[in-house]
Design a protein around this ligand. Structure first.
Ligand SMILES: Cc1ncc(COP(=O)(O)O)c(/C=N/[C@@H](CCC(=O)O)COc2ccccc2)c1O
Length: 364
C-alpha cells in the first residue's frame, strides 16, 4: 500500500517544469558566467531584484523599487536581518495559532515575542492594542495555519494602529498567497501602506519549490538606510546561479505560465477533495481557510483524541498534520480535533483512496 500525502509542507515536484528550469539555467551559464563571481551585493543581484519587483507589483500590488528588495535563502534569514534593524528590546508579536518555526526562532534569538489571538477576520486588533508591541507579524493573505483571509477593513485597522506611533511596524508575510479560488486575490496589505509601516515578505517556496531557497523582503526607505549601513559587508545568502535562473524563468514568462497551470491543477484537486470529504464525512466535519493557498483547516466531530488519530493515520499510510503544534501559548488546541489538509502533493487519482483512509483513521 503506497503512502498518500495530505502534507501542507511540500509541493508536487512531479509538476514542476524542470526542463524549462534547466533551459533557463543553461542560458545563464552560457551568457552570465562572469556573474558567478558577483556575490558582493548584500541584497542580491540588482537585475534579479528588478524582476521580482515587476512580478510582485503585477501579482500582489506591492509598490517598491529594486533598491528596497532584500533576497535571502529563506524567511528565517530575512527575519534574522530584520530584527537587527530595530532598536534593542523592541517587542515582537505574532498570531496564535501561528507559524511556530518563527516563534521558536525568535525565542532563540532572545527576542521578546508576545502572541495575540485571531478571530474569523485574522489577527485580532483588540489583542494587538492590548499587547501594545512594536512589531506585528501577520499572514493576512492565508493565515497560517487556519487559512483565514484578512478583510480589507481589518487591514486598515491594523495599519491605523501602526501609524499611531513611530516605533510600530507590520511584518506582512505573504506566504501561500499565489493561489486564490472563487474570487480575485486581495492585494497585499503593503499596497495600502502610505507611512512606510509595512515590511513585505515573500518567497518562491509554494509557487515553485521550497528547496530553491529564494525568499525576499521589501524594506521601507528609512529601514533600507539602516540595512545598508549595518550590512554593507554582508554576502548574499542565495546562490547566484539560482538567482539568475529564477530571473530568466520570470523574465521569459515561464513563471506566470507555471502559476496559471498549477492554479488550474490545484483548483481541480481542491474541488474534488472537498466534494469527496463532504460525501464521506457529511456534517461530521467543518472546513475553513479553503478559499486560497495549498491547504485548509478541517475539524472533525469525534470522541477520539488527535494523538490517536495521528497514530491511526500512520497505520493507514496517510501523511497528516494536526493543528496542535501551531498553538504557541494557549491551550485551546486540545479541545478540538483539527488538522491541516494539504493538497499540493495529492494527485487527483489519490483523493478517493486518501479520504477513505482518513475516514478509517478517525471512525474506523
Ligand atoms: C507563514 C510562513 N512563512 C514562511 C514560511 C517559509 O518560508 P521560506 O523559509 O522562505 O520557504 C513558512 C513555511 N512553512 C512551513 C510549513 C509550516 C510548518 O509545518 O512549519 C514549510 O515547511 C516546509 C516546507 C517544505 C519542506 C519542509 C518544511 C510559513 O508557514
Amino acid at each position: 500500500k503506497h503512502w498518500i500525502s495530505f502534507s501542507h509542507m511540500a509541493t508536487d515536484t512531479t509538476q514542476f517544469p524542470f526542463d524549462r528550469w534547466v533551459h533557463c539555467e543553461q542560458r545563464v551559464i552560457k551568457h552570465s558566467r562572469e556573474q558567478m563571481n558577483n556575490i558582493k551585493h548584500p541584497q542580491g543581484l540588482y537585475s534579479v531584484r528588478e524582476s521580482i519587483c515587476r512580478l510582485i507589483s503585477l501579482t500582489r500590488g506591492v509598490k517598491c523599487f529594486p533598491e528596497q528588495v532584500v533576497l535571502g535563502a529563506g524567511t528565517h534569514f530575512l527575519m534574522q536581518m530584520f530584527i537587527r534593524l530595530l532598536p534593542e528590546n523592541s517587542t515582537f508579536s505574532m498570531e496564535d495559532p501561528g507559524y511556530k518555526r518563527i516563534y521558536t526562532f525568535l525565542k532563540n534569538e532572545q527576542v521578546h515575542v508576545k502572541t495575540f489571538g485571531i478571530d474569523e477576520k485574522g489577527a485580532s486588533i483588540n489583542d494587538i492594542r492590548r499587547l501594545n508591541p512594536n512589531i506585528v507579524y501577520i499572514t493576512p493573505s492565508h493565515q497560517f495555519p487556519t487559512g483565514r483571509l484578512m478583510p480589507i477593513a481589518r487591514r486598515v485597522q491594523i495599519l491605523n494602529w501602526a501609524m499611531e506611533s513611530n516605533h510600530r511596524y507590520i511584518l506582512e508575510d505573504d506566504y501561500d498567497s499565489e493561489f486564490k479560488y472563487e474570487s480575485d486575490t486581495i492585494p497585499a496589505l503593503q499596497s495600502l501602506d502610505t507611512f512606510e509601516k509595512v515590511i513585505y515578505m515573500g518567497c518562491f517556496s509554494k509557487s515553485l519549490m521550497p528547496g530553491l531557497r529564494v525568499s525576499y523582503m521589501i524594506l521601507p526607505q528609512h529601514l533600507l538606510y539602516v540595512f545598508r549601513k549595518k550590512y554593507a559587508d554582508f554576502f548574499q545568502s542565495c546562490s547566484v546561479l539560482t538567482q539568475l535562473t529564477l530571473q530568466e524563468f520570470i523574465d521569459s514568462g515561464e513563471y506566470q505560465k507555471h502559476i496559471k497551470r498549477m492554479k488550474q491543477l490545484y483548483q481541480e484537486r481542491r474541488e474534488m477533495l472537498i466534494k469527496t470529504l463532504e460525501i464521506h464525512f457529511g456534517d461530521q466535519m467543518t472546513i475553513e481557510g479553503a478559499n486560497a493557498g495549498l491547504h485548509f483547516r478541517i475539524t472533525f466531530t469525534t470522541g477520539r483524541t488527535t494523538e490517536h488519530i495521528l497514530k491511526r493515520a500512520k497505520e493507514e499510510k496517510i501523511e497528516l498534520y494536526s493543528m496542535n503544534p501551531f498553538y504557541l501559548t494557549n491551550t485551546e488546541s486540545n479541545q478540538e480535533t483539527s488538522f491541516i489538509l494539504g493538497f499540493a502533493k495529492l494527485p487527483k487519482e489519490h483523493i478517493h483512496e486518501g479520504v477513505k483512509r482518513l475516514y478509517r483513521a478517525i471512525y474506523g
